[in-house]
Write a protein that binds this ligand. Structure first.
Ligand code: CA
Length: 491
C-alpha cells in the first residue's frame, strides 16, 4: 500500500462501508440491494471441509482470511451437496440441477455436456463479463466464459500446465499462487464498464496434498477426531466395505510422501499416517487462506469490495480422519456439508449465521437473482437471497435430497440416496446391497447409532420414507432413472 498504512486503510474502508448505498436511512441499509449490478467472485476449493476452518470451529487449524469473510458476511451452518464428489458437484453448481438432470453423475463417466444452460452463460448473455480460472474438472471445455484458464484434469501442484482459451501453457510456481495471480489479472484487465462474474477455483487441498515451501511443516501434532476409531458396529456393510481408510488405503509413499518408521503397524501406523495426511492437508489449506486474503486485499485496494459478492465454498466436505477415513462420497455429515460464506457489503449484515438448509443447487439461482435476472423455471434450486437478507421464508425447505452414483469405482463407496432434515437422516444403499440407515443427528451428531431397526423410531422412519419419496418426485428422480445409470453387469 503506497500512501496509507494498512490500519488507516481499514479505517477508511470501514467508514466508507458505513454509508448506506441506496439512500436508505441508517438501519435500513441492509434492506435494499444496490441499484448497480454486483460483481460476483465465486471462490471454490477442492475438498476443503468446513471443520478445517476456524470460523466453523476447527480444532485443528486457523484460517484468518476465511474468518474475515465470515466476520464481514454470512456463514451458512447447513449447506449441503447433492452428490459428494468433485465433478458432479461442479456440474450441479453450474446448472442449479441435480446430477440425474444435468447428466454428470460421476467423475469418470460421460463428460459434462457444456451445451446446456449454466448460470455463467445466462450472466454472460445479460452483459456480465465471465471468467473461469483454476480447477474445472468436467472433462469438456468450459462454455459461457469470456476468458478461461483451467487446469487439465486434476492438475499439478507445482509448475502446472493450464489450458488457456484452448491453448496449453506451463506456469512456473505453486498452483494456489498461480490461480490467484490469474484471478487478480483478470479483474485488473476487465472492461470496467461491465459487471463481472469470476469463478476462481483452487485445486488445493485435493489429494495428494502437496504444500509449498512457505507453508510446509506449519502444522504438527494434530488432534485426532472423536470418531477416529469408529468400528461401524451399527452400520450397514457399506461403511465396512469402503476403501478409504487411513489405516489401509492411504498410500505409502504417494500420499504420505515419506515411509513410516521401521516396525510401525496397526494403530501406531494409523496414527502416523493420520499425522502425515493432516500435516500436508492443513498446510495446503494455509496457502489457500493466504491467497484468499491476498485477493480480498486486492478488492479493497481497488475499491471493488463494496459492490462485489464474494462467496467461499468447496465442492464438498471431506473426512479428516473422521470415522477413520479420508475422501468423501458418503452422505454422512463431514462429506455432505459444504462450507459456505457470503460477503456483500451493504446487503449481507456482517457476522451473521444462517442455519437454514441450503443445497448446492441453490447457488445458480442466487447469482442470477442477485444480478437482477429472472431465474429460469427449469432450475431446481432456490435463490438464497432472502436468507442473505436475514429472512427465512416460512416456505423454506425443511429437508434435502442426496444421491451418489460412483460405484463400483475407486474407494468403493456404494450407491446410495437419502434425505436429511434438520434432525434426521435416512439413507438407502443399493445396487449390490439393499440396506437402510437412520440417524438422529440431535441425539447422535457423530452418526454412530444406526436406528433403522429401533422400534422407538418406527414412526419417524415411516415419515422420512414418505418425505424422501416426495423429494424424489419433486426433483424428478425415480427407480427407473436410477436403473438407467447402473453399470451394465458383466456376465
Ligand atoms: Ca472435490
Amino acid at each position: 500500500m503506497n500512501n496509507l498504512n494498512r490500519r488507516d486503510f481499514l479505517k477508511l474502508t470501514a467508514s466508507v462501508s458505513a454509508i448506506p448505498l441506496t439512500g436508505c436511512l441508517p438501519g435500513q441499509a441492509y434492506s435494499t440491494p444496490p441499484a448497480k449490478r454486483p460483481n460476483i467472485v465465486f471462490i471454490m476449493t477442492d475438498d476443503h471441509a468446513s471443520h478445517a476452518m476456524s470460523c466453523y470451529g476447527s480444532k485443528i487449524n486457523k484460517t484468518p482470511n476465511l474468518d474475515r469473510l465470515a466476520n464481514e458476511g454470512m456463514l451458512f451452518e447447513n449447506c449441503f451437496c447433492t452428490n459428494s464428489i468433485c465433478a458432479p458437484s461442479r456440474a450441479v453448481i453450474l446448472t442449479g440441477k441435480y446430477s440425474h438432470i444435468n447428466g454428470k453423475i460421476d467423475n469418470s463417466g460421460t463428460p459434462f455436456d457444456g451445451s446446456q444452460q449454466t448460470f455463467p452463460k445466462l450472466l454472460q448473455a445479460a452483459g456480465y463479463q465471465t471468467a473461469m480460472i483454476g480447477k474445472w474438472h468436467l472433462r469438456s471445455a468450459p462454455t459461457g466464459f469470456d476468458y478461461w484458464s483451467v487446469l487439465p484434469g486434476q492438475g499439478r501442484y507445482f509448475n502446472p500446465d493450464m489450458i488457456e482459451m484452448g491453448e496449453k501453457k506451463k506456469f512456473p510456481g505453486y498452483v494456489t499462487d498461480i490461480i490467484t495471480d490469474k484471478a487478480i489479472n483478470f479483474v485488473k484487465n476487465r472492461d470496467p464498464e461491465k459487471p463481472f462474474c469470476m469463478l476462481y477455483q483452487h485445486k488445493a487441498p485435493h489429494r495428494n496434498w502437496q504444500p509449498d515451501d512457505k507453508h510446509k511443516g506449519t502444522h504438527k501434532n494434530i488432534p485426532e477426531p472423536a470418531t477416529f476409531n469408529d468400528d461401524y458396529a451399527t452400520r450397514s456393510d457399506a461403511a465396512r466395505q469402503q476403501e478409504m481408510t487411513i489405516e489401509t488405503h492411504l498410500r505409502v509413499p504417494s500420499d504420505t510422501k515419506v515411509k513410516p518408521p521401521e516396525g510401525l503397524s496397526g494403530q501406531a501406523l494409523k496414527k502416523w499416517k493420520y499425522q502425515r495426511y493432516m500435516e500436508d492437508y492443513l498446510d495446503c489449506v494455509a496457502s489457500v487462506d493466504d491467497n484468499v486474503g491476498r485477493f480480498l486485499d486486492f478488492l479493497d485496494e481497488t475499491g471493488l469490495a463494496q459492490n462485489t459478492i464474494v462467496v467461499y465454498t468447496s465442492d464438498q466436505g471431506f473426512y479428516l480422519g473422521d470415522h477413520g477415513w479420508f475422501d468423501k462420497r458418503f452422505m454422512y455429515e463431514h462429506s455432505l456439508r459444504m462450507p459456505l460464506l457470503v460477503r456483500y457489503p451493504g446487503f449481507v449484515k456482517p457476522g451473521t449465521v444462517s442455519e437454514d438448509i441450503v443445497v448446492n443447487i441453490d447457488f445458480a439461482p442466487t447469482f442470477l437473482e442477485m444480478a437482477g435476472l429472472t431465474v429460469p423455471g427449469d432450475i431446481q434450486g432456490e435463490s438464497i437471497r432472502p436468507l442473505l437478507k436475514g429472512k427465512s421464508p416460512r416456505s423454506w425447505r425443511e429437508a434435502m435430497y442426496y444421491h451418489y452414483y460412483e460405484y463400483p469405482a475407486v474407494h468403493q463407496v456404494k450407491r446410495h440416496y437419502g434425505i436429511r432434515t434438520e434432525r434426521y437422516k435416512l439413507i438407502h444403499f443399493y445396487y449390490d446391497i439393499d440396506a437402510w440407515e437412520l440417524y438422529d443427528l440431535r441425539a447422535d451428531p457423530d452418526e454412530l447409532n444406526n436406528l433403522i431397526d429401533n422400534p422407538s423410531y418406527a414412526k419417524i422412519k415411516k415419515q422420512l420414507e414418505i418425505d424422501l419419496e416426495k423429494l424424489r418426485a419433486k426433483y424428478g428422480d425415480s427407480d427407473e432413472l436410477t436403473k438407467s445409470f447402473l453399470p451394465k453387469k458383466k456376465k
